[in-house]
Design a protein around this ligand. Sequence first.
Ligand code: FAD
Length: 386
Amino acid sequence: MTDKLQIAIVGAGIGGLAAALALRARGLNVTVFEQAHSPHEVGAGISIQPNAARLLMRIGLRDRIENIGTRSVGLSLWTSRGEPVPTPPASADSPSYHVHRVELLDMLNDAQAAGAVRFGHHCTGIRETDRGVGLAFANGVTADADIVIGADGIHSIVQREVGLTTNPTSEGIMAYRGLIRSERLSWAKDLRGLKMWMGSRRSFLCFPVARGRLINMVAFVPSDLESEETWTAPGDLKALAAEYIGWDAPVLETIGALDETFRWGVYDRAPLPYWSTARTTLLGDAAHAMVPHFGQGAGQAIEDGFALAVLLENAKPADVPARLKAYEKLRLGHTSRVQAASREAGRFYRSENEDVSERNRRMGKWMSAAGWIFPYDVEQEAAALL
Ligand code: FAD
């Protein structure tokens, strides 16, 4: 092997692709191995908040994000009966964007160097030696790298290969999601931010994607069903409507306009005890899957990749174990705090019937979390460790 580090990333989701771009922007050699035969994502919306949007802009993606995203004017909160709940305005200096996941993934794929992403490669195992890591794939291909990054999501093979297991626990919540053409909703034509209705054990949120052509809706409801942790299980529109009887008119109009809905079970995970061995580490959901209530899963995955890029730039093969440990030290603590804040945010959104002082207490915690999550500059933090 040459002195230039060869990095293999397993998984071409948002985390793996963003990491590949960040690493390449600092001159590192990267190959991404993805099990799917072509780029794939589910049709759904996602918010890219300031902490992550800022990083993508630094590697030249500003125009592309502006092109696919709706710049958010922030969050507006409402009770289930349609009374406004006062919230602070979004920062104009550090924008966040609502995007369609398919368009985000296309953007990240299009920005890759030619040949950097190899589709149709399902990783079945890795073998680490003193000098490097061997990867094996279901199609019979093998590859060698100085470093392997497991960006292979909640059912991560790489996580298993470094000796870890996770025990997801149900949050007792199920989510319905759907996309609606915005012209079909009388109330949503000029929606530019995230609008959320908070109710007893339920919440309902909408934001625009595809430059305002579509409205993404997500409805969190209580459930004791063992739901699948998937984005593609079909949901029942009548069951969804039954959860929101008597809610504010835009909620009812939105449910009535849906042609189809999908459901998934919301599962929580405790922080892992470690992420890295000498030459292998994890990022994104493989490292720190979190409940979705702060909209930070992808954002934290993006931060991980940029942290690795700072720490691995100019590293020699002999430096790798220490650099991966530095990465783990920086990111495990921070993402554990974000996991906890995400849990708390969900409790806040579903707390309408609590007394107002309790709701304000929860809002205070939520605002203080936003105050350290959104301005966080992971590149600065990582550089301070060198
Ligand atoms: P994934 O997106 O799961 O990608 C993993 C990739 O690895 C996939 O392409 C997969 O095919 C591939 N792979 C898996 N196994 C293998 C293998 N063995 N070999 C090769 N390839 C493999 N986050 C936000 O930041 N903002 C939001 O608004 C937001 N909303 C959300 C709403 C919901 C309802 C949910 C459930 C999540 C939300 N998230 C949000 C979280 C976000 O979607 C995830 O955290 C993010 O997609 C994780 O990215 P990832 O790249 O780590 O994993």
